[in-house]
Design a protein around this ligand. Structure first.
Ligand SMILES: NC(=O)c1ccc[n+]([C@@H]2O[C@H](COP(=O)([O-])OP(=O)(O)OC[C@H]3O[C@@H](n4cnc5c(N)ncnc54)[C@H](O)[C@@H]3O)[C@@H](O)[C@H]2O)c1
Ligand SMILES: O=c1ccn([C@@H]2O[C@H](COP(=O)(O)OP(=O)(O)O[C@H]3OC[C@](O)(CO)[C@H]3O)[C@@H](O)[C@H]2O)c(=O)[nH]1
Length: 390
């Protein structure tokens, strides 16, 4: 399977061992799938959970999985487990995905958010640097915060000028709100770990790549409250809206749903990560935006499109009132704030890796909501029909 595979410069790709921290999450599960199915590399998968990669670890029937000897799962919490350094030493490449990364946590659990995104990532960076291991670290598009354009008067023609809103890795500033807006605890912690990694590269020669995902979405993202996650939990918008659609409730638009996002299909984004893994000479020392600038919508438009797509895939008519407005204070609590607009500049990833996203928002929602319907509709029906416990 691996023979004949070459990198972007025509060199043969040698099999490597990858220590993937946070492998049991949304992105990790897709990355493990891709690596096992399409490459000869080995994965040391590290996480506290394994449900999303169970299908890669255990055969569903008799017989063994074709990649059984290329994946090992290590259930550990990187906060406090001495096995971490040993696993890093065993690998050629470390990919760190572990993080608290749901906005509902940033203002309600700011300490956990800062510890998870900065303090807990420190030993990973340190062990990579000390042992001369290559690191691919997952940061976020939230590092940019708000756009410069949002501070211009509403009627300013400059608001139409991309210079005021397109986000460039090597030029855009990071604009966060005041400290009392604890939403920015996550972005700020991610910014500091980026700076630390960059400094390790500059002062100690750490080979690193930093990934800034712009709203990657697809199957297995987060959880459906009350089905495979806590009833009171608030996942990211794809899962919130999926949950509303599955339960035939109106979709909740926070502060009018005016914020804008660009959404990229997880399978497109994973192609970009594989290019980074297999082209170190082109990826090392770079920070990459990974998103789809062509898939921009307001959150309101996303809600409308998801309503239409879900109706198609479930064959259920939309509600008469498909959306309702809620304030951010009611939905997320005190200290919430928002990024107004997020369009990734694609120059660097294009130049270094020749990567471009392919999937339209409609198409990615169609495959994702088909998955959500198939995976959860029955369980939701059962949960709804059960009499409530006293
Ligand atoms: N999905 C996106 O669109 C997106 C956007 C921006 C940034 N990111 C970044 O990408 C990374 C992965 O995101 P995701 O969407 O897959 O999130 P996720 O929550 O699905 O995955 C994170 C995984 O890390 C694990 N983890 C967290 N703390 C850990 C610890 N102390 N020890 C061991 N495992 C731990 C979790 O159990 C989880 O499985 C995160 O760093 C996130 O900040 C993702
Ligand atoms: O029911 C809902 C849920 C959310 N919103 C609004 O949708 C926007 C997007 O929210 P979400 O996907 O939860 O997260 P963000 O895009 O704000 O932040 C993420 O971006 C990347 C990442 O770093 C990791 O995934 C994370 O921080 C937002 O405007 C919500 O208010 C809604 O209206 N209704």
């Amino acid at each position: 399977m691996a023979s004949g595979r070459v990198d972007l410069d025509g060199n043969p790709i040698k099999p490597i061992t990858i220590c993937m921290i946070g492998a049991g999450g949304f992105i990790g599960s897709h990355l493990c799938e891709k690596i096992l199915a399409e490459t000869p590399h080995k994965v040391l998968a590290v996480d506290v959970y394994s449900d999303k990669i169970k299908h890669l670890l255990e055969p569903s029937g008799s017989g063994s999985l074709p990649w059984a000897d290329r994946i090992q799962f290590h259930r550990l919490n990187i906060k406090n487990d001495p096995r971490l350094e040993g696993l890093i030493k065993m690998a050629d490449l470390i990919i760190n995905l572990a993080a608290i990364c749901t906005p509902a946590d940033y203002n309600t659990r700011p300490l956990d958010t800062i510890y998870s995104n900065f303090i807990d990532a420190l030993p990973v960076v340190k062990y990579c640097s000390e042992n001369s291991k290559r690191l691919i670290h997952f940061s976020t598009c939230e590092i940019y915060g708000k756009t410069i354009g949002c501070f211009l008067p509403k009627d300013s023609p400059l608001r139409q000028d991309p210079a005021y809103f397109v986000l460039k890795e090597d030029a855009s500033p990071c604009i966060f709100g005041p400290i009392e807006k604890q939403r920015w605890s996550y972005a700020c912690a991610k910014q500091l770990i980026e700076r630390l990694i960059y400094a390790e590269g500059a002062e100690n020669g750490l080979e690193f790549t930093i990934v800034r995902p712009f709203n990657w979405i697809g199957p297995r993202m987060d959880f459906i409250p009350g089905i495979d996650g806590p009833s009171e939990g608030v996942p990211r918008v794809l899962a919130c809206f999926s949950n509303n659609l599955l339960r035939r409730e109106p979709l909740k638009l926070v502060d009018g749903g005016q914020s804008q996002r660009t959404f990229v299909y997880i399978k497109d984004a994973i192609e970009a990560v594989l290019l980074m893994i297999e082209n170190p000479a082109r990826a090392n020392g770079h920070i990459f935006n990974v998103g789809n600038p062509n898939n921009e919508v307001t959150v309101r438009q996303l809600a409308e499109m998801m309503t239409q797509v879900y109706s198609k895939v479930s064959a259920e008519p939309p509600l008469d009132t498909p959306t309702i407005d809620v304030s951010s204070k009611e939905f997320y609590g005190e200290g919430y704030d928002d990024s107004d607009k997020r369009i990734p500049d694609m120059t660097i990833i294009n130049r270094q890796l020749g990567w471009n996203p392919k999937t339209s928002l409609w198409d990615l929602l169609e495959s994702t909501l088909t998955y959500q319907h198939r995976t959860y509709a029955e369980a939701i029906k059962k949960a709804i029909s059960k009499p409530a416990a006293n």
